[in-house]
Design a protein around this ligand. Structure first.
Ligand code: 26V
Length: 804
């Protein structure tokens, strides 16, 4: 059969308009006079999707013919956001799509914004998976992303009197146009029951079975040269409907099997650190991991592969420990279904598997109560005993997988992986020195580093059109998939015309953000002020509290000297707190409370404002980052594994105020110390300081500024006289300031004043911003994925004239 060529030929605007009208009529059943924004958006998406299918088929065919290695990226989370712009940009159809929609009398921005975010992730880990999918396709590496098709993504956040309220997210209440349902691709997933030894064979008699059913979304890379598949699993019952119960009149019992099964893929867990140990979560993890392994084995065997060669054809990357059950599951499949010996099964599985660690926070390292684990996965419980025994035989028994009545998933993932990687240079060193120091000694060389990256297609090209245009005009158009070329901007940073255009691009983005905030929240902000932005999950270690306390201290200083020539600032916050994370919710409440009081102060209004829009998500990040002047990356050193927002801000020309943590270290090395506002204790100093008695009280006593602010918060100044509301938060700082907000406060305040001075010299500031953009090309996720392909997967690009 003759296959179509992958390089798409762009349609004319008229042809594309006609395609949209055709979908409006034939797919949506509407005529233009009665079409809603939703109808136009769906028709546009379907019209774009039509152009993805040929590259997708072509990539699949080439992959099949090459018989090489496929990469399987297993992740509980894929935080992809909207796709219309993404697909249009990658296919080079953005202008045509916009012109066509405009010609049809619609506003392109409104149509695009009608698409809900696919929020199938919590934060950094999930967004990284999405950037990796983009880069795998751009590089032409044959790959599948495997995850869960959650019915409800990350909850929606609202503020009521300043406090966070959560409501269910419902993206699937409307059709998800980008996916293709694959009813024929379904696997049984077993839980519970018991294990029996029968004729020298171990047999698992499961107690409960659900089906994992596949939904495929094509992920098209830059210029449509390649498209991989994101395959998400939905849970379905093995028997849909109990007709017997129904006929008896028991309608609830009739739907029970269905309700039970669907619970598994119902909702994304919104807690990205604590909340471990929940049975449903373990079921989710096993559910998608088993389905993915069954699927890749079926594909391998259908192509005539011999299982002993599996690792020549299959590279499986575990995104954190969430899919760590892949080790024992693959061993189980090889032993129970393919007659492997135990040691041969373990060796084969390990040769396929690699594990990425994304956090050192002890509370985020997954452990399962052993009794719960053995109840849900009795066969795997036994297999992990075999894995542990094999590990003891090579490395001794100093590090156990079973300990204190728990199964430790980090240790399991480690011993079943041929490589383990951290996500920034500092983090990878800390992985070696702390959580996995003994395993590092037992398996030297297994831990390596792959510093995170971000896709420049979404995080510059598409979200920042004014800057894109300037870059194109300055260095040409080859940079989006060769981001090192941004260094070509460096010679221009002393050219006034270039700097003026760079600043004009930033100003355009700032005005756009101001308009959006006005329309959405009724808040007015001055685009001439510095936009100082901290957007990320709310966590104590990320220290939004320190930022807020510094804001209050600045407010006090301005009030004391209202004619002091202050640099006007807007402090922008964005982010959600896990519903059960009490302290994080108190921090949100305090930011909103302080905003109400400070924003209403006529004395300081022209210099200082706090803005915290609700429901931060990927689409909001795409607005805020291009408009930012200053990037807040102020975590306690040693706690932020990498960060990826830090890279997005620098790429879009916002210098960082930050600590020596995660990838901040490498960003500072790239942009130059003079273009980065460094402050705070180092990771080693943090550890040392914690050992000092009363370090927090000592720091507070030494800082009149901080003492005053803490007294103000306690006094009820921001809580309408309520002296109870923040008592825990403030006392927490005195008594157990684990994240050293108090110790870094003065240094942070001082660094902010340096920022004020630097920003006031606008030419100097713009030069600094431009150097940030010019020097962070290395943080492209294309570079990261090339590193994984070379050092971990031994996988290759199938694009001509391009090797990963
Ligand atoms: C843990 C858990 C525990 C059980 C409940 C659900 C859940 C969901 C996620 C996690 C792990 C979160 C770890 C994480 O997101 N780490 C972030 O990874 C980014 C990408 O490597 C990195 O840039 C951030 O610094 C790091 O915090």
């Amino acid at each position: 059969i003759a296959m179509p060529t992958p390089s798409i030929s762009a349609p004319s605007v008229d042809d594309f308009s006609a395609a949209i009208l055709r979908h409006l009529k034939l797919s949506l059943g509407k005529d233009p006079d009665h079409a809603s924004l939703y109808d136009w958006r769906m028709s546009l998406a379907l019209s774009l999707r039509d152009y993805v299918v040929d590259p997708w088929f072509d990539s699949t065919r080439k992959t099949y013919e090459a018989r090489g290695k496929r990469v399987y990226y297993l992740s509980m989370e894929f935080l992809i956001g909207r796709l219309i712009e993404d697909v249009a940009v990658n296919l080079g159809l953005e202008e045509i799509a916009e012109d066509a929609i405009t010609a049809l009398g619609q506003h392109y921005g409104d149509v695009v914004a009608n698409e809900p975010d696919a929020a199938l992730g919590n934060g950094g880990l999930g967004r990284l998976a999405a950037c990796f999918m983009d880069s795998l396709s751009t590089l032409g590496i044959p790959a599948y992303g495997y995850g869960i098709r959650y019915e409800h993504g990350l909850f929606e956040q609202h503020f009521e009197d300043g406090a966070q309220i959560e409501t269910a997210e419902t993206w699937l209440s409307q059709a998800h146009v980008w996916e293709f349902e694959r009813p024929e691709v379904a696997y049984p997933i077993h839980f519970g029951g018991h294990v029996a030894d029968e004729n020298g064979k171990t047999v698992w008699h499961a107690g409960e079975t659900v089906m994992a059913s596949a939904y495929d979304t094509p992920v098209v890379g830059w210029q449509g040269r390649w498209a991989n598949t994101l395959r998400l699993w939905a849970a379905k019952p093995t028997t849909n409907f109990d007709l017997e119960s129904f006929n008896r009149g028991d309608y609830i019992a009739a739907s029970a099997p269905e309700a039970l099964a669907r619970t598994i893929s119902r909702v994304l867990y919104p807690d990205d650190t604590t909340d471990v140990g929940k049975e449903l979560r373990l079921k989710q993890e096993y559910f998608f991991t088993s389905a993915s392994l069954q699927d890749l084995l079926r594909r391998f065997l259908s192509e005539g592969g011999a299982l002993k060669d599996l690792s020549d054809h299959v590279a499986i990357q575990l995104n954190d420990t969430h899919p760590a059950i892949a080790g024992p599951e693959l061993v189980r499949l090889l032993i129970d279904e393919h007659q492997f010996e135990v040691s041969q099964a373990i060796t084969t599985a390990r040769a396929c598997l690699a594990y990425t660690n994304h956090t050192l926070l002890p509370e985020a390292l997954e452990r399962w109560p052993e009794d719960l684990f053995a109840r849900v996965l009795p066969r795997h419980h036994r297999i992990i005993q075999l894995i542990e025994a094999a590990h003891f035989a090579t490395a001794g028994d100093t590090v156990r997988i079973f300990e204190h009545g728990e199964v430790k998933m980090g240790e399991l993932a480690f011993v079943m992986a041929h490589h383990v990687n951290g996500v920034s240079a500092l983090h990878s060193e800390l992985v070696k020195e702390t959580v996995f120091s003994d395993l590092n000694a037992a398996y030297p060389g297994r831990i390596i580093n792959q510093t995170n990256g971000i896709t420049p297609r979404r995080w510059l090209y598409s979200c920042n059109r004014p800057l894109r245009t300037l870059i194109n005009d300055t260095i040409g158009t080859a940079w989006p998939d060769n981001l090192d070329q941004l260094s070509g901007l460096t010679p221009h940073v002393d050219d006034s015309a270039f700097l003026e255009r760079f600043q004009a691009a930033k100003d355009t983005n700032k005005v756009q953000l101001a308009n959006w905030l006005k329309a959405r929240n009724g808040v007015s902000i001055d685009p001439a002020a510095m936009f100082d932005v901290q957007i990320k999950r709310i966590h104590e270690y990320k220290r939004q509290l320190m930022n807020l306390l510094e804001t209050v201290a600045l407010w006090n200083d301005i009030r004391a000297k209202p004619n002091g020539g202050w640099t006007p600032r807007v402090k922008l916050f964005g982010g959600k707190a896990a519903p059960g994370y009490v302290v994080a919710k108190e921090i949100i409440h305090l930011i909103n409370d302080a905003a109400r009081v400070i924003n209403a102060d006529p004395v300081t209004r022209e210099f200082l404002q706090i803005v915290y829009p609700e429901n931060y998500n990927v689409s909001m990040a795409e607005m805020l980052i291009p408009a930012a002047d200053l990037s807040e990356q102020i975590s306690t050193a040693g706690k932020e594994a990498s960060g990826t927002g830090n890279m997005k801000f620098a790429l879009n020309g916002a210098p960082t105020i930050g600590t020596l943590d995660g990838a901040n270290v490498e960003i500072r090395d790239c942009v130059g110390a003079e273009n980065f506002f460094l402050f705070g204790l180092t990771a080693a100093e943090v550890t040392a300081r914690r050992a000092e008695p009363d370090y927090a009280r000592t720091a507070i006593a030494a800082s009149p500024r901080l003492s005053e602010v803490l007294d103000q918060v306690k006094s009820g100044l921001f809580s309408g006289g309520d002296t109870d509301r923040y008592v825990n938060l403030v006392n927490g700082l005195y008594d157990h300031d684990y994240f050293l907000v108090t110790c870094d406060f003065d240094a942070y305040f001082a660094a902010q004043r340096q920022v004020d001075t630097a920003f006031a010299d606008s030419r100097h500031w713009t030069r600094m911003a431009a150097l940030n953009t010019a020097r962070v090309g290395w943080f492209s996720s294309d570079r990261t994925i090339s590193g994984y392909a070379k050092d971990i997967w031994q996988a290759h690009s199938l694009l001509e004239q391009r090797d990963a």
